[in-house]
Design a protein around this ligand. Structure first.
Ligand SMILES: [Zn+2]
Length: 191
């Protein structure tokens, strides 16, 4: 985290996400409008998402709504606990290489059942893979919010230390940032 200077495209994308979240929090409703015209336009045009969002599968976390984004704006990768493995990494590289997307956001959220399961010792509720990854990230931390941040930071480190991503960073300046979405307020805190 923070080892790489934000490139221009990533800085612009981050600004859009921060402003989009502010708009969402202030209006308290999603602005995304998907009509037939929008579908057709996005189908015909080449997609050009400005950010890659790796987030939890939790049904209450809707990236397009949270960031006031439109159809085609975000390349979203979802898995419970927003853990990172080779499938997620390959998807990130794909988006960067094919669409020129320069910003990756690992977006955790409060009251995450995957984190809670590990914190409360009920990790058997999850498949061993997700719980194992989260345990690696949070150790014996018992505070749910701190554990969420630790998991996000760990996931960012995994992305950044991936050889594929390091290569991308050198070639085109792919930037990685962590964030936490608050289920109650709708606010996103960038770490
Ligand atoms: Zn979750």
């Amino acid at each position: 985290m923070g080892k790489v200077e934000y490139n221009c495209q990533a800085r612009e994308a981050l600004k859009k996400l921060i402003e989009g979240n502010k708009k969402y929090v202030e209006s308290s409703k999603a602005s995304i409008d998907i009509d037939k015209e929008a579908l057709l336009k996005n189908y015909k045009d080449r997609q050009a998402p400005y950010a890659i969002i790796v987030t939890c599968s939790d049904s209450r976390v809707i990236p397009e709504a949270i960031f006031s984004a439109e159809l085609g704006d975000l390349f979203v990768i979802r898995v419970d606990g927003n853990v990172i493995d080779s499938h997620q990494l390959e998807s990130i590289v794909y988006a960067e290489e094919h669409f020129g997307t320069g910003l990756v956001v690992v977006l955790g959220h409060t009251h995450c059942s995957a984190i809670d399961a590990v914190v409360s010792g009920h990790s058997h509720e999850y498949t061993e893979y997700i719980a194992t990854d989260i345990k690696k990230a949070i150790g014996s931390e018992k505070d749910e919010y701190k554990a969420c941040i630790m998991n996000v930071m760990h996931c960012c480190d995994v992305v950044e230390s991936s050889l594929m991503i390091q290569q991308d960073e050198r070639e085109s300046g792919l930037n990685v940032v962590g964030a936490v979405y608050d289920l109650e307020t709708g606010e996103v805190e960038f770490i």
